[in-house]
Write a protein that binds this ligand. Structure first.
Ligand SMILES: [Zn+2]
Ligand SMILES: [Zn+2]
Length: 222
């Protein structure tokens, strides 16, 4: 069974999320943007074994603590580092621009990293007995992906969709129409009863957003 805990990180209060399988205690961290000491203390407190770092997209507030977390969890010289999986390859330009992002956002420059694996639409990822499905949802960034757990109807959508709003599309290679299209064709078909953890702010459901979202409620489309 999938369990989760949201750990807001950085001054952007980014919803870093710890996911784990309660049968094996294997865990994955989604979007470790920073404050890795908070993430590490939850891992220790819950006696979890971190096996993967998963990334939704290449923005600094989501990935800034990735390399520090890999280094902090490397037990010895010759133990294998925890793999970094995601986002989609099209976000590599954002990851390459981490120093510039840090300057723009007032962060100290993070340690550089390279993902071990990029995802594409329809891929799956597992830890313990938990299997997540991946959807490619470009628009906020070109390589943004989301994670979906069908059994518990939980989605982690990063900066694609928020409670009442959608992600920004005014960044380099962002695209408003593409973002709206990603939400309507990749998220809505997963079901109105899907609960989602956005990259920032409170959780909601796809059904609630189809009714009330300021940008993508069904009433805005003929
Ligand atoms: Zn973002
Ligand atoms: Zn964000």
């Amino acid at each position: 069974m999938l369990q989760y805990q949201i750990i807001p990180v950085t001054h952007y209060q980014q919803n870093c999320t710890l996911l784990w399988c309660d049968e094996t205690n294997e865990a994955a961290v989604v979007d470790p943007g920073g404050n890795i000491e908070r993430i590490l203390s939850v891992l220790i407190e819950r006696k979890l074994n971190l096996v993967k770092i998963l990334l939704t997209h290449g923005h600094l507030d989501h990935v800034g603590g990735t390399e520090a977390l890999v280094r902090a969890t490397k037990i010895s010289e010759d133990s294998a580092p925890i793999p970094i999986e995601g986002p989609h390859l099209d976000d590599m330009f954002w990851i390459n621009m981490l120093p510039q992002q840090a300057q723009m956002m007032g962060f100290s420059t993070p340690q550089n990293f390279h993902p071990d694996l990029f995802f594409k639409d329809g891929d799956q990822v597992s830890f313990g007995n938990v299997h997540l499905e991946i959807r490619h949802c470009p628009g906020h960034t070109p390589g943004h992906i989301i994670f979906f757990h069908p059994e518990t109807k939980l989605a982690l959508v990063g900066d694609v969709l928020f409670k009442g709003a959608i992600g920004r599309s005014d960044f380099p290679r962002g695209n408003y129409d593409q973002l709206v299209n990603s939400i309507r064709t990749k998220l809505w078909p997963l079901g109105d009863d899907v609960q989602f953890i956005p990259g920032h702010g409170p959780m909601s459901t796809f059904g609630q957003e189809r009714l009330h979202d300021a940008f993508v409620a069904d009433k805005h489309f003929g």
